[in-house]
Write a protein that binds this ligand. Structure first.
Ligand SMILES: [Zn+2]
Ligand SMILES: [Zn+2]
Length: 132
């Protein structure tokens, strides 16, 4: 699968039973539908509010079905993410996945996940909480 942003061939990284597609060039990542909930250990109430067909059409295409993705805000003041209108999954730019996790979980639950992802991705970044 290719990165919807820079077209680099993405790497598959495993987090528990979840396969994340990670772009080594722009450090964004793709989660298939349901994988974010899995990562959040089933805390789906807020995620069910995610509006897959709302927001505005973005410039990127879904890496699975190639439909133009929509840019929508995550519930609970999360970052704006690109979602496939056919609900294939969600694209997170660098830092957005961690911002998303922090927006959905309490700090004590979010921190270990965020740390693991930081190590997996090999990225350090500022302003994670405010990343758009
Ligand atoms: Zn990329
Ligand atoms: Zn799609």
């Amino acid at each position: 699968m290719h990165c919807p942003d820079c077209k680099t061939s993405m790497l598959i990284l495993e987090y528990k039973d979840i396969e994340l597609d990670f772009c080594p060039t722009c450090k964004g990542c793709w989660l298939d539908e349901g994988e974010l909930e899995q990562m959040l250990a089933g805390r789906t109430a807020a995620m069910q509010q995610l509006d897959w067909t709302g927001g505005v059409k973005g410039r990127r295409r879904c890496p699975r079905c190639l439909k133009p993705m929509h840019v929508v805000p995550m519930p609970n003041d999360g970052p704006e993410v690109d979602v496939c209108p056919a609900a294939c999954g969600i694209w997170f730019d660098q830092g957005e996945l961690r911002a998303a996790i922090r927006s959905q979980l309490a700090d004590a639950q979010a921190s270990p996940i965020v740390e693991t992802l930081r190590e997996m991705f090999g990225t350090e970044e500022e302003g994670e909480r405010n990343t758009k």
